[in-house]
Design a protein. Structure first.
Length: 317
């Protein structure tokens, strides 16, 4: 088996591979494999259903499961970390690296599972995520702000980046001058690329959206002058300073929309409509080949989750 035989693996250079986890649709959810000196690390895992793909990508590098030193979760939302426990069962030498606020949830994922079940129901929970399993606490390493781990001498640096979630950190890789950003630096689906490059939008998924910390986290990432951002949704993007400035503008616009609808009698529906109108206008201005209806269809889940997250933020305030 070689990388060329795996259509869902993309070689990004600098020993980094993007693996399409197959969640929801193609090029929606990525995990990353970093290889250095015959040792490996995974950043985010997707769901349980992605684990065979991750192991096949490792084998295509000529590496055994024992060669994986680190499994890193940017945060504990199930589209990023739902497969952590199952993957760790296949990697006997690996340590799980997770934000300290998220560590207990990956040791005992019952609260994560209960929350997902309440939103999706048991049937959809199994279909999308499978049976979530925990990780032995002895195999868990909790980070702190500006801490590091070494992958065969390659330093991976962790920054506490709240705003999307309080259990979120981003990972700076000096070798590639790139950040593995989870959801802190937003979402950028390849279907929306145009002659202007990628289009980026914030994610305010429930339940811990906080605009002030999110703006600060985005600015902190930009202060490193990164060459690339490795997004979970989806893939590597450049032109970081322009996109980061636009991301902050969009956060401000979403906050203004939420404030304007705070007392609306059907606030959730109004938030959905407002976000849909915002995205239609932005996609058209970006010169995307998709028409407005097709764009909204691809963004349906994000519109729903962003509206929910804004509503929870408004209520918490």
């Amino acid at each position: 088996m070689s990388l060329g035989t795996l259509p869902y693996v993309q070689d990004l250079g600098d020993g980094i591979r993007a693996i399409d986890t197959g969640f929801h649709r193609p090029r929606f959810d990525a995990a990353y494999l970093i290889v250095e000196g015959g040792r490996a690390a995974f950043v985010d895992t997707g769901t349980n259903h992605a684990v065979p793909r991750l192991l096949q990508a490792l084998a295509a590098e000529g590496l055994a499961p024992e060669a994986v030193d680190w499994v890193i979760a940017t945060h504990v939302h199930l589209d990023h970390a739902g497969g952590v426990g199952l993957l760790m069962q296949h990697l006997p030498a690996a340590t799980l690296v997770v934000h300290p606020r998220g560590a207990r949830h990956l040791v005992d994922p019952s609260a994560l599972v209960d929350g997902a079940r309440a939103v999706y129901g048991e049937d959809e929970l199994q279909r999308s995520y499978g049976t979530i399993v925990g990780v032995d606490a002895a195999r868990v390493h909790a980070t702190h702000d500006d801490s590091t781990v070494s992958l065969a001498g390659r330093t991976l640096r962790f920054l506490d980046t709240p705003g999307h979630a309080r259990h979120h950190h981003c990972i700076w890789d000096e070798r590639s001058r790139g950040f593995f950003t989870g959801d802190t630096f937003g979402l950028s689906y390849r279907e929306f690329d145009s002659a202007k490059g990628p289009w980026l939008l914030p994610t305010t998924t429930p339940v811990q959206f906080e605009p002030g910390p999110l703006r600060a986290s985005v600015r902190r990432l930009m202060s490193f002058d990164p060459a690339r951002m490795y997004l979970t949704h989806y893939g590597p993007i450049g032109d970081v300073q322009r996109l980061g400035a636009g991301l902050i503008e969009q956060i401000d616009a979403m906050v203004a929309l939420g404030e304007s609808l705070r007392s609306h009698p059907d606030r959730h529906a109004a938030l959905r409509q407002g976000l849909e109108a915002m995205y239609r206008a932005q996609v058209a201005a970006h010169g995307c080949a998709l028409d407005g209806d097709a764009a909204v269809a691809l963004l349906a889940l994000d519109i729903e989750l962003n509206a929910q997250g804004l509503g929870i933020w408004l209520d918490r305030r």
